[in-house]
Structures are given as C-alpha cells and as structure tokens.
Design a protein. Sequence first.
Lengths: 323, 267
Amino acid sequence: MIELRDVTKTYVVRERVGFFRRSLRREIPALRGVDLQVQPGEFVGLLGPNGAGKTTLLKIVATLLLPTRGEVFVNGIDALRHPARVRRLLGVVLAGERTLYWKLTARENLLLFAGLHNIPGKEARRRAEGLLSLVGLKEFANVTVEKFSTGMRKRLAIARALIHDPKVLILDEPTSGLDPHGVEDIWDVLLALRERGKTVLMATHNMLEAERIPTRLLIIDSGRIVADGTAAEIVAKSGAKSVALLTLDSPPSLLQGVSLHANEDGTYLIPVPLEELPAHLAPIQSQGKRILNVEIRESRLWEAFLRLTGKPFDDLSPSKGEE
Amino acid sequence: MRPALTLLEYTLRNLTRYRSEFYGSVTEPLFWALPAVLLGYWGEQLGLLTTFAETTGTARYAAYLLLGAVYWGYVEAVWSLAFSLRGAMRSGVLESLLVTRLSRLGMILAWSGARLLGVTVHSVLAIALVVGLAGWPGGAAIGQMLLVWALSLIGSYGLAFVLFGLTLRFKDAESLLSLVGNIAPLVGGVFFPIALLPRFMQIFSLAFPFTYGVDALRALWFGGRSILPVPFQLAVLGILAFAYLILGWWAMGRFERLARHHGLEGF
C-alpha cells in the first residue's frame, strides 16, 4: 500500500557567519535511508522526538516534499513521478489547526474539499453529513470554524481528509495541543477508523496514544527507523521496564545514564527505570535538590523509547496525554 | 473543471465573510469615479471649472485615465493572484489544497477568476463614465478592443505563472509583488504616454505587452495615434503575450519543483 525505499532527505540551509557575514552552506539530514512498508488495513504510528523526521516522512508520502534520494510508492504508483495520481488515494491532516477556512462553516469546508476532489454536489452533501456525524460535529455543521475549539477543528480536519474516501489516511500529530477531553474525542474517531480497516500512517507525540491506537508502531530517531513492531514487541525487544518520572526544582549534577528534561514551568524532569529509582534518589537528595513529584509510568514504552533513542521525550510532562 | 469551479465559488463566498474588506472593495469604484466626476463632469460638462477645463481638456483626460484604470484592473487582477497564494500560505490552507485533485492551473484560474469577477463589477461604473465622457467607440472598434483585452489577459497569466512560482519558492514575495504593482503601470503607460518616459525606461516599456495593450485600447476608443499601426501593434501584443505565457509556465514548473525540494511551509 505504502512503500518507501531508501528514502533520504537532506535540507540545505545557508548561514551567515563571522565578521564579514560569510555565507556558509549547511546540510541537515532529516531522513537517512528509510525503508518502510505499510500494508492495507494497517494503522501505523510513527513515534519520535522533535526533529526525528516524522513530518518530513509524512510530507514526502503526501507528495508535498521531494526526497533527496529514494523511491516512494502508494498502491504501486510512483509518488515522485505521478504525484497527482497518488493524491487521489490520500487523505492528509497536517499539524496545526489552520488547515481549514475559518470563515466558512464546518459543512461548507467539507463541501469545498469534496468539490476539490471532484465529488458531485449530491454525493458531497451525503458524505459531509455522514462525516459530521462520525466526528461528532453534526450539531455544529452551520457554525463557522473560527468559533470552534482546537479539538473541534482537529476533528473537522480529519473529516475533511476523509471526504473523498481515501485509501490511505496520513495524520500528523492529530492530538497535539489538545486538552484531555479533546484527546479522548480524537481517539474515539481514530479507533472508529481502525475498526473500519482504514489504512493510516500517523505521526504522534503522545506516548499513550502510540501505545493505544496504532496496530503497529515505528520509532524514528535522527531520520532512521530504530524500532518496528507492536508496542508490546518493541518493549519486549528493548528489555524496557517501568519508568519513574522525577520532577525536581533545579537541575542536579549529571547522573550517569540519565537524561534531563527542562519543563516550561522551570522545573526539571528526570525519567529513570523504576528498578533503578533508589540508586538515583540518594545522589539527588545529597545534592540538596527538592523532588517535587514522583510518577510511576506503568507504560514501558517510555523506557523502550529512552533506550532506543537515548533521548528524553518532549511529551514527558506527567499530565500530557493523560485522560 | 469541478475542483476549479468549487474553489472559485468558495473563494467568493469566503471573501464576503470578511465584511469590512468586502464592502471596501465594493465601494472602490466610487473612488475611481471621483476624479472623473470632479474633472470631467463638473469641470467640462457643467462648466464649474471652466478655465481649468479649457486649459487641460479634463473630460478627455478623465476618460483616458478611467479606461487605463479599467484595463490595468483586469491585467493586475490576473498577475496579482500571487497575493491569493500568499494568503493561503499565511492562513495555513495551502498544503490542504495542494493534496486535493485541484491542479495548479485550476488553482490559478479559480483565484484569478474570483479577482476578474470583482474587477468586472468595479468596472461597470467606470466604463459608463468613459462612454459618457468620450462617447461610444462603435462596434468594429469594440471587437478589436476585446481582442486587445483577451491578449493582454494571456500575457498577464504568463506574468502570474512566474509570480506564483516565485511566491511558492521564496514565500515572502509581497515586496516583489508590490514593486511590480507600483512600477508596471508607470512603465506601461497607464497614466501617461510612454513617450514622456526617459529613453532608457522606454526600452522596458516596449518589452512589456501591456504597454501595447493600453495604448491600442485608447487609440481604438478615442482615436488618435498608437505606438505602431494598430494591426501591427496587435500582432506584437499577441507575440509578447504568448511568449510571456510559455516562459511563465516553464518558470512556474521550475520554481514549483524547487519549492517541493525545500518545502512549502514557512512564512
């Protein structure tokens, strides 16, 4: 259904350096030889830290970006040579909430995009009503999008991506920036799509979402896929165990094998394997650091992720992604 | 065709929702008409500005300006569609549009179509004033004027393709668009004959299809001399218009490919 062969993407940026503002060419690798196959009916999650290459990968599949090297096929069609044919097969929801016309109503947005996919008026109206029900926005069909909450906009964006009944749905962080209720609403929609056997490739920032929603998970780091399987398989392969998340008032001196994550509120987060917690508590306390909170994450995907990438996850703050 | 027509329909619908901008654009023709009313009608027809009118021939000059403004309105409506592209980039809907079945040409035709409809609404009053001030040019001239109009729009689409591609690639193209918008009418003889321009600027004027277009239009409506004999001028306009169109299409393809290498986001 989706096949990527040796896909590499390198961005070239120019920087001004030195006293004479000399122009310096710098290459930033985003993807490094990615091979990937997504089968029909699979719901594949793409989990990775910021800058891992998730969005770049999705945009290449969506024909919005050309790779530096490699091949991309959707339903056997070469996406680099025949992007217009591939677009007919794809429904795409990109990150951000301004992907809709805010001055149009929910129904008008769906009818507009139905027309852009060459769907006749009567059929478009039928599909729009069905999708508004699916995403729980039927009673807001005639409300302009500018009056919607972020969560409603995200649900409408998903409906918009489904208006032409695409073979493949591409979602870029569909729950980012949502409150727990908003996340729950989107998950309901995603689970309904999974039940219907829709092929989905979804980038996510949310560890809980990565565990619950996709049928298969890929962990991507620095442009490479470092793990592939179900969440349980990935955890088993990595030998990961439960994680304790320590919130401190100030950063401690570097502890061996532990990463430090600065929170927006000025506190610091340290994820440590649960079994190593006692060993880490003593040096932290001896440095006079105050432990504000200790949270035990039963989800062992957290540690698998840390082991595989060696990096803290941006979504480590305890309340994010929680119901 | 359906995708382009749908985008046209909803672009117009969306425009009406931005009320202050919509009413501003609807009342714009009144501002166009004001100089013509002041100079042409009050001055020359009613004799309220008798001395000024006798010296300057204000009615004819008002008609001259109005016809130029109408012509330029159509030309600009097409190439300035890059502003619509920029608007779609800013509002974040561009990538959503690009992953539909809407072709690039469909997008360009829909956005320019919406602008052309707007200019047509604006132009009705201005054309009525030109008829009032300078008389009806006659059926034969109207046919040739429509040919001038059509060829000029073809040339303008060539320019639109280049600016569309440039905007896709470099995103922040407003200053370039504003520069073209400010300089082109001066160089193209919209406000005064290009013979009044310095010699070196006339070289640019003569490479610009719209110079021949606006000049031919006035010669056909008001009589008088054109830069070249009218049939020859129409031929030059046609050649330049199609050259612009072909080069513009080629340039847009190149810029679009570059844009797909670099990514379309970024504001």
